[in-house]
Design a protein around this ligand. Structure first.
Ligand SMILES: C[S@@+](CC[C@H](N)C(=O)[O-])C[C@H]1O[C@@H](n2cnc3c(N)ncnc32)[C@H](O)[C@@H]1O
Length: 267
């Protein structure tokens, strides 16, 4: 029964996706919008605050960017391929009284510079998400948050997934929406050296594994984690917590009650 429901929901989502793709290929409305309660939750899930610069890629009628400024006090930029929707978004922002805190650009998300964004919002079909994936990873700074409505980024495990009930039936998705959140991880892959510690870190997105030695002895690392720039790992009798920057990991090594600084540099 549950399987039948899941299949029905997937079929509904695909039907909605097909509608969106059709609308996108015709470059004009009707297009599918994110319901307001989902917009609110997406931005909350990303921890959006006044210091954020949010980019909505494929911004439709501008509703996410307008909510960014109106309800979250942040600044936002919408990038949209359809010129008529860009014009409509600017008018909607003016009416909502947030025109000075937001901007809308006519453009292709695949060629837009993403480096200013601290939060990226997405409601795009998987083929576009797939193409965007390397760009998101290369251009966004570590710690930036990406939140997607309905579709995961192929090949990149989300840090969080949520299913929420929505107040009104939504075309293509019934009364449920799925949300996905990723934190852009710092790149820590490689060999790092500090004092008598030497670590070899392998990395696949936010999944890391550490092999190493300390004081000439092999180091058994049990848990290793990178969340944005925050790196932590632990083993028998020790725990490390630090921040990864360009070419340096700076942190604190704790053994029992004793904490000492440990700075590792990229070899
Ligand atoms: C499903 S709608 C989402 C609109 C809005 N983000 C929301 O959640 O309500 C996807 C939007 O992406 C736009 N779009 C599709 N491909 C695009 C591309 N390559 N570059 C920019 N915009 C694109 C479409 O015109 C459409 O307005």
């Amino acid at each position: 029964m549950r399987l039948a429901l899941a299949v029905a929901l997937a079929a509904q989502a695909l039907a909605g996706a097909a509608l969106a793709q059709d609308a996108e290929s015709r470059r004009g409305p009707p297009f599918i919008t994110t319901p307001d309660d989902v917009v609110e939750r997406m931005l909350a899930l990303a921890g959006t605050g006044a210091d954020d610069f949010v980019m909505d890629l494929g911004s439709g009628d501008g509703r996410i960017v307008i909510a960014v400024a109106g309800r979250f006090g942040a600044r936002g930029l919408g990038v949209e391929i359809d010129a008529r929707l860009v014009a409509q978004s600017r008018e909607n922002a003016r009416r909502a009284g947030v025109a000075e805190r937001v901007a809308f650009e006519e453009g292709n998300v695949l060629t837009t510079d993403l480096s200013r964004a601290t939060v990226v919002t997405l409601y795009l079909l998987p083929f576009l998400m797939d193409k965007l994936q390397p760009k998101l990873l290369q251009e966004l700074r570590p710690g930036a948050r990406i939140v997607s409505h309905a579709f995961p980024i192929p090949g990149w495990r989300p840090d969080r997934t949520e299913t929420m009930r929505i107040a009104r039936q939504h075309r293509g998705q019934g009364d449920e929406s799925r949300l996905f959140l990723w934190l852009v991880p710092a790149e820590v892959r490689g060999v790092w050296q500090g004092r008598d510690w030497r670590l070899r870190i392998s990395q696949n997105f936010q999944e890391i594994e550490i092999e190493g030695e300390a004081g000439g002895r092999p180091l058994a690392v049990k848990e290793a984690k990178i969340e944005g720039t925050a790196l932590s790992f632990s083993g028998e009798g020790f725990e490390f917590r630090g921040r990864a920057g360009t070419g340096r990991i700076v942190g604190e090594l704790r053994r029992g009650d004793t904490a000492t600084p440990l700075i590792l540099t990229k070899q």
